[in-house]
Design a protein around this ligand. Structure first.
Ligand code: AQP
Length: 330
């Protein structure tokens, strides 16, 4: 029997998970778990590349595990773990950093964007973030990395680092491929639909744990335009197009069906209907997350079990890497 391909994927606990995190990433991960050998990580070490409140980071990490499970990721089928519980990520990151050029990291657009946003705190960690991401992937010899458009450059760099390392030390790393799942939708902010819905920018975000009342209110206030037609036109009608994308992702309808549903009805009917579809989509996820969060011992056990399984795989790679670069065996 063919061995399943391995996938590594992670989300930073840098804010509460949003509708964008779900529709753009977690929902498609859930569809992959049957056919692939998946590792789903909560990348808390990446989150501290910008300042975090420690109590919030701790709370969000456990909440994120509950939400992964509530969204349909199965801890029995996948390796689900917290990045900082597996110290090999930091260890491999150091070695890979010594095989990465300063110039390569300087060209990363996410570094340029984030350093502009956090101009008072441009840390070495923010600069070397892609090296840690390469370590996350290469540690597990992942074949595929599901990524949004904004992370594609980082996966390209990871491939370059792996190829360079393999060139000096053959057969060390699997070269991973970026993988853009078919179902992934890019969800924009409800307030500024030109920008991505981002969990570290709460304005215009719908969070997975929002109450139905909050969701309804947010959709009623969503920015649209001064026309009345519900029509998909990303260029000229970014707000309405984003709402249509959300409505279709929530209901499984096509854009054409959705446009037909609201033909001649105006935004006063359309916006609350999108809100309603999202309320029903998120209701079971919120309720199951709340149930799981009451069972802290279970969530901690999932994290512990995941870290042990991840660590077993990570140790094999790290041992090989240490030997190849010339470190004396412990
Ligand atoms: N709005 C979105 N639409 C579609 N996909 C999204 N993702 C995030 N927001 C949307 C996808 O989620 C995965 C993990 O994201 P991440 O948290 O590791 O990093 P990010 O993309 O930088 O997410 P945020 O919410 O914008 O976080 P901050 O503000 O902390 O940087 C990725 O696959 C991403 O595409």
């Amino acid at each position: 029997m063919d061995q399943k391909k391995r996938i590594f994927s992670g989300i930073q606990p840098s804010g509460d998970l949003t509708l964008g995190s779900y529709m753009g990433a977690i929902k498609s991960w859930a569809a992959l778990q049957e056919d692939y050998d998946c590792l789903f990580c909560i990348v808390d070490m990446h989150a501290i590349t910008v300042r975090q409140n420690p109590a919030d980071l701790r709370r969000r990490t456990l909440e994120q595990m509950a939400q992964y499970i509530a969204c349909g990721l199965d801890p029995e089928k996948n390796i689900m773990f917290v990045q900082s519980h597996v110290p090999q990520h930091a260890e491999l990151s150091w070695v890979l950093g010594c095989y990465t050029q300063f110039g390569e990291l300087s060209r990363m657009t996410q570094f340029k964007d984030k350093s502009a946003k956090h101009a008072d705190n441009i840390t070495a960690g923010l600069f070397t973030y892609p090296v840690l991401m390469a370590a996350d992937i290469l540690l597990y010899q992942a074949d595929l990395v599901p990524v949004g458009q904004d992370q594609k450059q980082h996966v390209e760099l990871c491939r370059d680092i792996a190829a360079r390392f393999n060139n000096s030390f053959p057969d060390t790393f699997t070269i991973p491929e970026p993988f853009i799942p078919k179902m992934g939708a890019r969800i924009m902010s409800l307030g500024t639909p030109e920008n991505k819905m981002s969990k570290s920018e709460p304005d215009g975000c719908v969070f997975l744990m929002d109450s139905p009342e909050d969701i309804a209110r947010k959709f009623k206030r969503a920015v649209t335009d001064c026309e009345t037609a519900v029509r998909y036109d990303k260029e000229n009608k970014p707000g309405v197009s984003n709402l249509l994308t959300i409505y279709c992702a929530a209901t499984g309808k096509t854009i054409e069906q959705a446009e037909a549903d609201f033909a001649g009805q105006g935004y006063g009917v359309f916006k609350p209907a999108v809100g309603e579809a999202v309320i029903e989509l998120l209701r079971p996820i919120r309720e199951e997350s709340q149930r799981l969060l009451k069972d802290k011992a279970y969530l901690e056990a999932v994290c512990k079990d995941g870290a042990e399984k991840a660590s077993y795989l990570a140790t094999k790679t790290l041992r090989k890497v240490y030997k190849k670069v010339g470190f004396v065996a412990r």
